[in-house]
Design a protein around this ligand. Structure first.
Ligand code: AMP
Ligand code: TRP
Length: 354
């Protein structure tokens, strides 16, 4: 029998272009997990419409995000790469989970509170419901681990609570030994330290983010070399000489030195000793060079993938079929535990035959 590897599921929204934080904090770690885990990676396009979006761009952004996954090293032979909205079980399980999730659990979510302030009077019910859809994404695949950046930890806790307290504890049928059998697997977060928080280039105390209105605050994975160099040249610095880690008064030095270590393939100790006596004027070109070189192969691969539209569509069609096979079984388990009539024709036939 083939060995059962622990399963991993993660996803990124197809909004705006992915940046160094998404790569170093999330996708880069997915690549290594492919060796040891059964990996599922989706483009979470249903999440992208929880804030106002442009319909003319959604499908292209979805394809670009999937192509970036592959360009970063996700291998569709080893991982299931798919688009969330193409597997209808995500929306269906979300509804079932909605009906057992207390409203005040959602109102407590930090990301909702932050995003709601930005939306003013126009906050959608979908924005509040965002973490329940995310719980559905994870629980449909019986994921053991979910690699995300630190900012998503609260959402993952919510997914665990829904699975454990609201589905398993309430609806699990008893097994032959009289013990309740779990309906949904309770997932663990997987938060890797290095790169877990890449900070903004214009403020070392706030996170690099897609939603920062200042483009100069982030380096997009597809930025051309000149733009990367320009953004790094303009990045915020301080009047001190020498780069160092861990000085609370120098968040920019900590962040940029950390980026240098990751992008130049140095250990943190090596990077710290190499740059200990360096002024910003010598360090910045070094960081720019390391960034351009680290992104070059990724950008080349991306261009090839985007030029082959039918190739991308094939990857996503196969991914969807594999994902759908797993997700529809889990959905059926939950439907059945909640007392619904079977949804599939085969099951329905069996029911009529009773
Ligand atoms: P988002 O850009 O919010 O859709 O996030 C997609 C993934 O990238 C999530 O797993 C985040 O935790 C991760 N991520 C986003 N921004 C950063 C950042 N500045 N540093 C590290 N990880 C990040
Ligand atoms: N909310 C996640 C983010 O912004 C994206 C996401 C949606 C996700 N569904 C998921 C991440 C399931 C991991 C697993 O980063």
């Amino acid at each position: 029998m083939p060995e059962q590897r622990p399963r991993v599921l993660s996803g990124v929204q197809p909004t705006g272009s992915l940046h160094l934080g998404n790569w170093l904090g999330a996708i880069r770690n997915w690549v290594d997990l492919q060796d040891s885990h059964d990996t599922f990676f989706c483009v979470v396009d249903l999440h992208a419409i929880t804030v106002p979006h442009d319909p003319a761009r959604l499908s292209e952004d979805t394809l670009s995000t999937a192509a970036l996954y592959l360009a970063c090293g996700i291998d569709p032979q080893r991982s299931t790469v798919f688009v969330q909205s193409q597997v209808s079980a995500h929306s269906e399980l979300c509804w079932l989970l909605n009906c057992v999730t207390p409203l005040n659990w959602l109102e407590r979510m930090i990301q909702f509170k932050e995003k709601a302030v930005k939306q003013g009077a126009d906050v959608s019910a979908g924005l509040l419901d965002y973490p329940v859809l995310m719980a559905a994404d994870i629980l449909l695949y019986d994921a053991d681990r979910v690699p995300v950046g630190e900012d998503q930890k609260q959402h993952l806790e919510l997914a665990r609570d829904i699975a454990q307290q609201r589905i398993n504890a309430r609806y699990a049928p008893k097994g032959p030994d009289g013990e309740p059998t779990a309906i949904l697997k309770v997932p663990e977060p997987l938060i890797l330290k290095e790169g877990a928080r890449v900070m903004s280039l214009t403020d070392g105390r706030s996170k690099m983010s897609k939603s920062d209105p200042n483009e100069g605050s982030r380096i997009a994975l597809l930025d051309p070399p000149e733009l990367i160099t320009k953004k790094i040249k303009r990045a915020k610095t301080d009047p001190e000489m020498g780069l160092e880690f861990g000085n609370p008064d120098r968040p920019e030095a900590d962040n940029l030195l950390g980026l240098y270590a990751l992008l130049a393939g140095r250990s943190r100790e090596q990077a710290a000793s190499e740059c200990a006596a360096m002024g910003w004027g010598s360090f910045k070109p070094l960081l720019a060079e390391a960034t351009v070189e680290a992104l070059r192969p990724l950008q080349q691969r991306y261009a090839e993938l985007r030029a082959d539209r039918s190739g991308m569509e094939t990857v996503l069609r196969e991914g969807r079929d594999r994902a759908d096979a797993v997700a529809s079984r889990t959905l059926e388990r939950v439907r059945s535990a909640l007392g619904f009539l079977p949804a599939t024709r085969d099951h329905g036939q069996q029911l009529l035959d009773l």
